[in-house]
Design a protein around this ligand. Structure first.
Ligand code: ADP
Ligand code: MG
Length: 335
């Protein structure tokens, strides 16, 4: 098995991050995208090669400080500061670091005299760690931190990036103007193929089938290739077990007709926003099956609609496979 998957593609995204880090942003960048689309990998790679002061926090890491934090090379001697900031924490170390990001940054910048530096801070998976009901407050705090830190520590620029795949957090954060919201989508066809070729595909048609089922999602591809030996049907069966519960909930709430409409055309949500449809929207977003896609991508483009991949103008399936499996479950229930 190929356990170390090399980093592929994403050169445009890395270039944009590089540009943004060179000049900083006045508001945090709220980077949002499907589960497994590669947010963590992209940002860890970015911080790993960043030449300025880079701090990456995995807000969901429970125990291991080494995993919860990654510094850019400039900070390789800064680990002792960590012990002070984390202190005798109780609870998840990642969350503690996310909560104390301002203190962490302050300590790093004062003790290492990094005046004039370019600084990037990433807080990964923030909504799940902090909680949807506190995310508004948290993003506002980061916004204030930017203004305070640049002034107080004499740094040249500061870029703060937070990530999430929690769609509901977006509804909350989007109500305010404290952040720039951007979408990171699954890999494009070329990047997907490049990754697929590293995973011992049995044939060219297997790569194509995987593309249609995963829509370019790298985590889904890796799982399909490594755990299901590239057998799409087996992988879909494994998804079915999870989605049966969702389908049951949908029927229980009397939303089956709406689900059929959404399977047919995901933008039905936008076009027919009845009470039932909005209830279904919430459920599908909460279950991480769909997301709204009205914002630009990180590289500043619109994510192009694609009927075959379940991407509409306003909403998209996180993976095309979810739509197919739900369609099958509904069909079987009817017959
Ligand atoms: N550009 C890439 N090249 C190679 N592997 C990738 C790439 N992007 C993501 N992956 C792999 O796909 C899986 C999911 O990516 P991850 O960054 O954890 O997604 P997310 O944080 O968006 O949920 C991981 O195993 C990761 O290493
Ligand atoms: Mg992640």
């Amino acid at each position: 098995m190929v356990y170390t998957v090399p980093f592929v593609n994403r050169s445009e995204e890395l270039r944009v991050l590089e540009e943004l880090s060179a000049r900083g942003l006045t508001k945090p960048l709220y980077l949002y995208g499907p589960e497994g689309c590669g947010k963590t990998r992209l940002l860890r790679e970015f911080i790993g090669s960043f030449r300025g002061v880079g701090i990456y926090i995995d807000a969901l890491e429970e125990k291991d400080v080494e995993l919860a934090l990654r510094f850019s090379r400039v900070l390789s001697t800064a680990t002792s500061i960590l012990a002070e900031v984390v202190g005798s924490y109780t609870g998840s170390v990642g969350r503690v670091l996310a909560e104390r990001v301002s203190e962490l940054l302050g300590r790093v910048l004062t003790s290492l005299s990094l005046k004039g530096s370019k600084v990037v801070v990433v807080v990964d998976d923030v909504a799940r760690a902090i909680g949807i009901n506190r995310i508004e407050w948290y993003v506002k705090r980061l916004y204030e931190l930017i203004w305070r830190a640049v002034d107080r520590y004499g740094i040249d620029s500061l870029l703060i990036v937070v990530t999430t795949s929690e769609g509901l957090s977006l509804d909350v954060v989007a109500r305010h103007t404290h952040s720039h919201i951007r979408l990171l989508w699954n890999l494009g066809e070329e990047g997907f193929r490049e990754l697929a070729l590293r995973l011992e595909p049995p044939s060219t048609s297997a790569i194509q089938d995987a593309w249609m089922a995963t829509g370019g999602n790298p985590r889904a591809l890796i799982e399909l290739a490594m755990d299901y030996g590239w057998e799409v049907d087996k992988w879909l069966n494994s998804l079915e077990r999870r989605l049966l519960r969702v389908a049951e909930e949908v029927r229980h709430r009397g939303l089956a007709k709406e689900l059929e409409m959404v399977i047919e055309d995901i933008d039905s949500i936008y076009r027919n926003p009845s009470r039932e449809m909005l209830e279904l929207r919430r459920l599908l977003i909460e279950e991480n099956l769909i997301l709204s896609k009205y914002m630009e991508t990180l590289v500043g483009r619109e994510l192009a609609p694609s009927r075959s991949l379940g991407i509409g103008r306003y909403y998209a399936w996180q993976l095309p496979a979810y739509r197919e499996v739900l369609r099958k479950i509904l069909d079987e229930h009817r017959s």
